[in-house]
Ligand binder design. Structure first.
Ligand code: S3P
Length: 210
């Protein structure tokens, strides 16, 4: 008689381990514009069978206008307040994968909430890659300057020391998206599902051997 097929949920896999360890937490992607947070986030969510949430899209839906319109009509401080509120709300709806806007992690309150409710991944991209990706579109109000290359350089200098506070860092580069997703899965698995014994347990074993 053939062996009964186990249900999909019962098949051991890194994805299933991550899901179990996440509980109600989210995976939050942070990093510069053009780092691939939405592109990678959508694919990562599909791999983990989790909903994908995009903070920028949620802000636009809540405001009933586009991000350039919010900047133009209300200004950046208003946008930042709305962004912090929307991210706080989305962080209550885990488990999910959430792509955040590039400036949101600069707010201490948002970093604290992300730390409480999620595992964060910094998608780290260098200036050349960012410029190549963002110049295709004119929907980033912060880059509507006389010298966007200098602006991106300044934003990278200001932000990287803060992005470094994310739990995990993955280099975003020009390789197939699935490779970056795979690296995210490996990093999440290492962080959440590592079988290494906590130091007290190891000390206990050593004590028993003495
Ligand atoms: C911003 C990044 C944008 C968007 C807004 C401001 C930033 O999101 O939130 O234009 O300050 O870096 P993406 O990072 O998704 O492009």
């Amino acid at each position: 008689m053939p062996e009964p097929t186990p249900s999909a949920g019962a098949i051991p896999s890194p994805e299933a381990d991550i899901l179990a360890a996440l509980g109600t937490r989210l995976v939050v992607l942070v990093g510069m514009m053009g780092a691939g947070k939405s592109t990678i986030g959508r694919r990562l969510a599909a791999r983990l069978h989790l909903p994908f949430l995009d903070a920028d899209a949620e802000i636009e839906a809540a405001a009933g206008m586009t991000i350039p319109e919010i900047f133009e009509i209300h200004g950046e401080p208003h946008f930042r307040d709305g962004e912090a509120r929307v991210i706080a709300r989305l962080l209550e709806s885990g488990p999910a994968v959430l792509a955040t806007g590039g400036g949101s992690f600069m707010r201490e309150e948002t970093r604290r909430r992300v730390n409480d409710k999620a595992i964060s991944i910094w998608l780290k991209a260098d200036a050349d890659i960012i410029m190549r990706r963002v110049k295709r579109r004119a929907d980033r109000p912060l880059l509507q300057t006389a010298d966007p290359v200098a602006t991106v350089g300044r934003l990278i200098d200001e932000r990287e020391p803060v992005y470094r506070h994310a739990d995990l860092t993955i280099a975003s580069r020009d390789v197939p998206h699935e490779k970056i997703v795979e690296e995210c899965i490996e990093a999440l698995h290492g962080r959440l599902c590592s079988k290494v014994a906590p130091p007290e347990a190891a000390a206990g074993i050593m004590g028993g051997l003495r």
